[in-house]
Design a protein around this ligand. Structure first.
Ligand code: RUQ
Ligand code: CUA
Length: 641
């Protein structure tokens, strides 16, 4: 989001920014941060538990981190799109395939928008979905194990940013093109591609199996090559629709910070996904190319990577009434649907108002042809006033994202003026504002984009921490701030650092997830082909120069005691943790190991590959302090010529 700084300066609003970055001091916040209650409100006594889980995206870390609210304590990093040396994710043989794509194994991504699965618009505690921005992908995390279970690649798209926003019952996840590109891909001068309309976009419907969560690419819709930014889907009356912001409707391909800000209004794309499905069922889509991978954990806990070819592609021209563009000022970023499903809030980064579209007005407006001011590639553009519910006037500078408290109020983050404004749905009046430190991107209220917000706390996810923490050299943390929103005024309670750059985050009452959280893997159900369930079965098996070590671990030794192999061998250590006690994991590492260590949870089998390169005696040991004799959990690998 740092690009906004440049963009705004170019547009002559540098004064506002100078006020922010120039003096380096926070604006006066009255008594807020000195409030003596604040400490009590975030204090979770030793042994007590937090009231909410908060799942934060990691941005350029590619992961998801799990915090408790109100304490702000970090519980876990869930590796998703990036290899994670801490537990071997993406290195071990079981999970490596999770990172497979049509461009080979890609061990990193940029994760932005967590979505907790919903039933009837309410968080149901089953799964967490999150997008990979850079190499377009969507991941699914199981909320019983807090582990990534599936990743699906999205073909024919670039910059999977408006994703994985879900429909009301998580029937579908949306994905759309942030960076338009040739579809299908081809080598062409960028200038020519831009001038002859070869840079295009797609909107993708990813179907979620309601029983298993398994994802599949069901349908793609070809759309004009704007930049599609963020999405949110409707609920209740607007269940059939999803909304996507666009910017760069100018379709500039260079100097975008100037060239893509010329239009006074860009659009929110209103997309009837139910109708799109019907059109496809009526045979109006065509078969189209596209190679992508679907990676998922099989029941034996080994990740299977399946390559898929081809999609169904639908052109809006062939499905009239499926899409409309709603003019929205100016370079909108977020679009958010209120808990009732009636209001669709836009947030123009460069706009002086927060425009709110009405779903019922939209339904009326599309009945009357006179509201259509033009058409772009088969998509009618409606008159701004015809769908407008109201505008929040002079809210702040640089509005980005909005969440709801379920009590009739909306909260919008403002990047440029670094604040949060609270305003009333229906009257559009600003009722409160508080500063954020500094340059807030997303904000998050548990359930705040659902039909059932838990409007007690709000988190600001800030891009710049500057002077808020002890300095740590040139690279400092991103930052979250917790506010109490239970009363009329927002109150700042707590600052805490984050893992990576959290874009969006979603919270859920702990009571919804805790009872289902898995404690161990049952050894009796371990169907890993290289599992060793008894110490007496531990062995070394050779197939040519491949060596399989069937190894067990239990407090406080590995079996076999000594492993022997030869220079040039590839050794697979398949380590089964025989423990059946909660929180007794073992680690495994060999001196000179070319991969990361593995952490093996109770009842689980994990495999790490080791290339035997030189002769000698090499120690291996348990890396997780598991018992009084943990230090003794150390043995030898002998490699001979
Ligand atoms: S985005 S704030 Cu993906 Cu708004 Cu980052
Ligand atoms: Cu097992 Cu330490």
């Amino acid at each position: 989001m740092k690009y906004l700084h440049q963009m705004i300066t170019v547009l002559g609003l540098s004064v506002a920014l100078a006020g922010f970055y120039g003096c380096g001091k926070p604006r006066d916040v009255g008594g807020d941060i000195l409030d003596r209650d604040a400490a009590q409100k975030v204090y979770v006594a030793p042994g007590q538990k937090d009231e909410f889980y908060e799942f934060m995206s990691g941005g350029f870390s590619g992961q998801v981190s799990v915090y408790g609210l109100p304490s702000g304590r970090l519980f876990k990093t869930i590796p998703v799109f990036s290899q994670f040396a801490e537990n071997g994710y993406g290195y071990d043989e079981e999970s490596r395939n999770m990172l497979m794509t049509s461009q080979g194994l890609i061990p990193w991504d940029d994760s932005h928008h967590p979505q907790l699965s919903q039933t009837k618009g309410e968080i149901d505690g089953k799964w967490l979905f999150i997008n990979g921005n850079n190499t377009p992908r969507i991941a699914r995390i199981n909320l019983k194990t807090f582990e990534t279970e599936e990743i699906i690649e999205i073909p024919n798209t670039g910059g999977n940013h408006p994703s994985p926003f879900q429909t009301e019952n998580s029937e579908y996840l949306m994905s759309a093109t942030r960076f338009s590109l040739p579809i299908p891909q081809k080598d062409i001068a960028v200038e020519s591609a831009a001038s002859q309309g070869d840079l295009k976009g797609t909107v993708t419907l990813v179907k979620v199996d309601p029983a298993t969560g398994r994802m599949s690419v069901e349908l793609q819709v070809l759309v004009p090559g704007f930049d599609y930014d963020i999405s949110h889907c409707g609920k209740g009356p607007s269940h059939d629709w999803c909304f996507f912001t666009t910017y760069n409707t100018e379709q500039a391909y260079k100097m975008k910070e100037i060239e893509s800000s010329r239009n006074d209004k860009d659009y929110i794309l209103a997309f009837n996904w139910v109708q799109a499905k019907q059109c496809a069922e009526q045979g109006k889509s065509k078969d189209f190319g596209g190679t992508y991978y679907n990676n998922f954990r099989a029941s034996n806990s080994i990740t299977v990577s399946e390559k898929r070819e081809g999609v169904k592609l639908l052109d809006p021209v062939d499905c009239p009434g499926m899409m409309y563009y709603l003019p929205t000022p100016k370079s909108p970023h977020g679009t958010d649907v209120d808990p009732s499903g009636e209001y669709i809030v836009g947030a123009g980064k460069l706009a002086t108002v927060i425009p709110v579209h009405s779903f019922s007005k939209l339904m009326k407006a599309i009945q009357d042809k006179k509201n259509v001011i033009k058409e772009i590639q088969g998509i009618p553009v409606l008159d701004y006033q015809s769908t407008l519910a109201g505008e929040v006037v002079k809210p702040c500078l640089g509005p980005l994202h909005t969440e709801f408290d379920g009590k009739g109020f909306a909260y919008t983050s403002c990047f440029v003026s670094s604040e949060i404004v609270k305003w009333k749905l229906g009257t559009w009046e600003v009722v409160d504002r508080v500063p954020a430190y500094y340059s807030i991107g997303h904000l998050s209220i548990p359930g705040g984009d659902s039909a059932k917000p838990y409007g007690k706390y709000m988190i600001a996810l800030n891009k710049i921490a500057k002077d808020r923490y002890l300095p740590t050299g040139p690279e400092v943390t991103q930052s979250a701030q917790l506010y109490d929103i239970s009363g009329d005024r927002m109150k700042l309670l707590l600052d805490f650092p984050t893992v990576g750059e959290p874009h969006y985050a979603q919270g859920v009452p702990a009571s919804l997830l805790m009872p289902n959280s898995q404690k161990i893997h049952l050894l009796s159900e371990n169907s890993h082909p290289y599992a060793t369930k008894n110490e007496s079965d531990a062995k070394v098996a050779r197939e040519g120069n491949i060596v399989h070590v069937y190894m067990t671990s239990i407090r406080s030794h590995f079996k076999p005691d000594v492993v022997e192999a030869k220079v040039g061998d590839t050794i697979y250590f398949h380590v089964t943790n025989l423990e059946q006690d909660f929180d007794i994991d073992h680690g495994f590492a060999v001196e000179g190991m070319q991969n990361a260590n593995i952490l093996i949870m109770p009842g689980e089998t994990k495999t790490i590959r080791y290339e035997a390169k030189s002769a000698g005696i090499f120690p291996f040991y348990c890396t997780d302090f598991c018992s009084a004799l943990h230090q003794e959990m150390q043995q030898y690998l002998r490699i001979s010529l």
